[in-house]
Design a protein around this ligand. Sequence first.
Ligand code: ATP
Ligand code: MG
Length: 454
Amino acid sequence: MSSKILVVDDKQMMRDSVATTLQRSGYQVVAAADGNAALRMVTRHRPAAVITDLKMPEMDGLELLARLKKTDEQLPVVVMTAYGSIDSAVRAMKEGAFDFIQKPFEGDQLVITMRRAVERFELVRENAALKTHTRSFQETPVLIGRSQGMRSLAQQIQQIALSQGTVLINGESGTGKEVVSKTVHAHSPRRDRVMLCVNCAALSSSLLESELFGHERGAFTGADTLRKGRFELADGGTLLLDEISEISPQLQAKLLRVLQERQFERVGSSVSMRVDVRVIATTNRDLAKAVADGDFRQDLYYRLNVLPIELPSLRQRLEDVPLLADHFLALVAKREGREPKRFDNEALDLLTQYTWPGNVRELQNICERASVLTKGQVIAGRMIEPWLVTATEPEEALGGVKPLEVVQRQQILHALDQFNGNRQQTARSLGIGVRTLGLKLKKWKEQNLVAQSV
Ligand SMILES: Nc1ncnc2c1ncn2[C@@H]1O[C@H](COP(=O)(O)OP(=O)(O)OP(=O)(O)O)[C@@H](O)[C@H]1O
Ligand SMILES: [Mg+2]
């Protein structure tokens, strides 16, 4: 669908003639007779460019320009100046106009100027979209670990990176699914192309659909501009679909088609687009079980599970804990521009005996918290002990000796603490729904089993 241009002129003849020329070249046009109407229309129609007369009663073109720049710095504004009034053209350019055009002008000249303006706007917007979503992927990922599990993982990543196949990464929360996916991309032939990420659990089904596949202008209420989806924007690169188990049956069908045929349509369009995107999906649920339970399409599961990566939990590779701890302490130190602190022997014993329900992320949090709270250079065991909730209880005892609900309550409270009370993150880390978490907490509060402030 074509881009929209706003034409502003107090003289109707001029307005109409500019509008008609632009419409004939395929643009959608909205028009305003004065500055205030123009400002309202920008909010309502979100044009890709504005062309305005300079001389207008009430608000003149320069003032309109200044106010438009305040609302949206990127919106290109072209000013129309009277023949011979080069001064005002120069002033407008100084004030941030994208370009000027002297009256009288030919239709071609108008169309060429406006096409440049629109293209600039679209380029800027696309870059901004890519930037916000790739920021975290800019730095080269590091994967720390010398355990057998990590060594074979590193080997597996090297092989998988070279192939083009879809990757399915499975692992508990905080085991490093995102770092591993970045590493795969960084070692792949696509490393110089973009890598984008979509969290499938964070959006409603319809929002996720337009996030993934984009939408046409007017495809649904509120869709007032064309929007490219992540599949389109990631063309040539890699797309990470985080928490894939959470997508709706309807989207599962659409995703299956992209994976099978590399084709899809924007929401509200019947035109198929072809893309070359490598998909990496992650999950902390057992997808095979979700298939057996009827929650996840079997055919989609097979399409995703071409190259599976199974991440070991941190408690399965406790020998990596000191190494990881050093790495995280060094990171904090670097950020704060000082020498890294270190754990004393007692602390290291505790850390290497703990069961790590929150895996590497939990260890990272503890390292950061301990660095901040310790005054000297050495972090003492007694400082971190209270944070390691299950540290004194051997893993086997968790389900056996204590009633399951007690264990569950401890885990949940611990996770809540770890995420500073953020229920969304807590629920995610535990692999349960936010609603389930809310209901559990409500029940426990009623029974006075947890603090009312939780
Ligand atoms: N092997 C590793 N070496 C260094 N850092 C790691 C490693 N594994 C994980 N991390 C760090 O631990 C944190 C959590 O990792 P990540 O976000 O990749 O986990 P995840 O499995 O995607 O978690 P979630 O399921 O909660 O999304 C990140 O800060 C990451 O950099
Ligand atoms: Mg993740």
